[in-house]
Design a protein around this ligand. Structure first.
Ligand code: ADP
Length: 397
């Protein structure tokens, strides 16, 4: 089957056409600056990558460009749209309504819309992407794969915030967690790599990218995760603060006369390692800065790694044991320094990193010593492939 995977942001649309039989990417690309001006970058594997500036007033127009790029006689990948068997859509927030991926129906669309206020920047864009695909590919089955779904197995003690219970009852304020597709994909792979039935494993997945989250996976189920009601919570990130004392909001508001919205924007866009270092949100720049003696780059890296380490300790305690840890996403896959410092001095928990093996970048490899009780692995994530697999499973049922 050929599955088109669509990941719509507010002004962007990423896509991959995947052959589900071989799991190979046939073509991929990105529409950017939708609603501003518009730019398409497309590559069919084995052919030249190209970029075109093209007016994309909305996502409908962007989807049309994507389909035209796929159909292009020269640089495209398919001869007819009928070759696309199904479309898988990444949806950020499924609230408590979706614990699994689902085939998209009118009822599903309405239920996703009801989750809009939980993810006001993302869900509306996801819905626009679905409608645009439906308009251009009528009759093609579509599947919604939710970032939050994998975490719906968390027990109430892990997802409930200690604020008046009415806020949960009335507004569904609770921990939801994100990156679920990645945590699910990587935990399954990690269990395979350590040669165990996932039902009998206690795993920690560290998804460390621009956005970062850590999940405790017990018996294949998410039992706790670091992100919360929104993806602002948990670890410090590229530009997001992660967990802070909630009273800081009022404190800054009082000192600087800023509104809650302004401060939330600062916590989302000007904080994290970017705000700490004053240099960059990109960990490559922080590594370089630290090597040049920039102490705030050193501090940003230390704060980040210390936070990762504390989650590892906390989640091992939460599960009562630990079999293996996976590092994944941009930083988890490519940053030996972060992996080493985050797991330093954890021999007492049975975690020992092999510093030579840890130099690996972007490849699946065990990085713990043979004597380490807890196996530590680099496991590259592949959210698009995970979405394609879910899509095939649902449409062939
Ligand atoms: P996103 O959450 O936007 O998908 P990524 O998972 O791509 O982000 O993570 C971005 C981070 O990963 C950056 O801080 C960057 O330093 C790091 N990163 C990505 N690729 C590499 C690489 N090849 N080498 C070193 N660091 C990388």
């Amino acid at each position: 089957m050929k599955v088109l995977v669509i990941n719509c942001g507010s002004s962007s649309l990423k896509y991959q056409l995947i052959d589900s039989d071989t799991e190979a990417v046939i073509a991929k690309g990105l529409c950017e600056r939708i609603g501003i001006d518009g730019k398409l970058t497309h590559q069919t594997m084995g052919k030249d990558k190209y970029t075109v500036d093209a007016a994309m007033p909305d996502h409908n127009a962007a989807v049309k460009f994507v389909l035209d790029a796929l159909l292009d006689t020269d640089k495209g990948a398919i001869a007819s749209l009928s070759e696309i068997d199904a479309v898988g859509h990444r949806i950020v927030h499924g609230g408590e309504k979706f614990a699994n991926s689902v085939v998209i129906t009118d009822e599903v669309m309405a239920a996703i819309e009801e989750c809009n206020d939980l993810a006001p920047l993302h869900n509306p864009a996801n819905l626009i992407g679905i409608r645009a695909c439906q308009a251009h590919m009528p009759g093609v089955p579509m599947v919604a794969v939710f970032d939050t779904a994998f975490h719906q197995t968390m027990p109430d003690k892990a997802y409930t915030y200690a604020i008046p219970y009415e806020y949960y009852e009335n507004y569904k304020i609770r921990r939801y967690g994100f990156h679920g597709t990645s945590h699910s994909f990587v935990s399954k792979r990690l269990a395979e790599l350590i040669g165990r039935d996932i039902k009998d494993t206690k795993l920690i997945v560290c998804h460390l990218g621009n956005g970062s989250s850590i999940t405790a996976v017990d018996g294949g189920k998410s039992v706790d995760t670091s992100m919360g009601l929104t993806p602002l919570a948990g670890l410090p990130m590229g530009t997001r603060s992660g967990d802070i004392d909630p009273a800081i909001l009022e404190f800054i508001a009082g000192k600087e006369g800023k509104s809650v919205e302004e401060i939330t924007t600062i916590l989302n866009k000007k904080s994290g390692v970017s705000g700490l270092s004053g240099v960059s949100s990109d960990f490559r720049d922080l590594d370089a800065g630290m090597k040049d003696g920039n102490d705030r780059c050193r501090l940003a890296l230390d704060v980040f790694c210390y936070s990762v380490k504390k989650y590892i300790g906390a989640y091992a305690a939460a599960m009562g044991d630990l079999d293996a840890i996976a590092f994944t996403a941009g930083i988890g896959e490519n940053n030996p320094y972060v992996r080493r410092v985050s797991t330093m001095d954890l021999s007492f928990m049975g975690i020992d990193i092999d510093e030579t093996k840890n130099e690996i970048r972007g490849e699946e490899q065990k990085i713990s010593t043979d004597a380490s009780k807890v196996q530590v692995w680099v496991v590259p994530t592949n959210e698009e492939l995970a979405i394609a697999r879910e899509t095939v499973e649902l449409v062939t049922k």
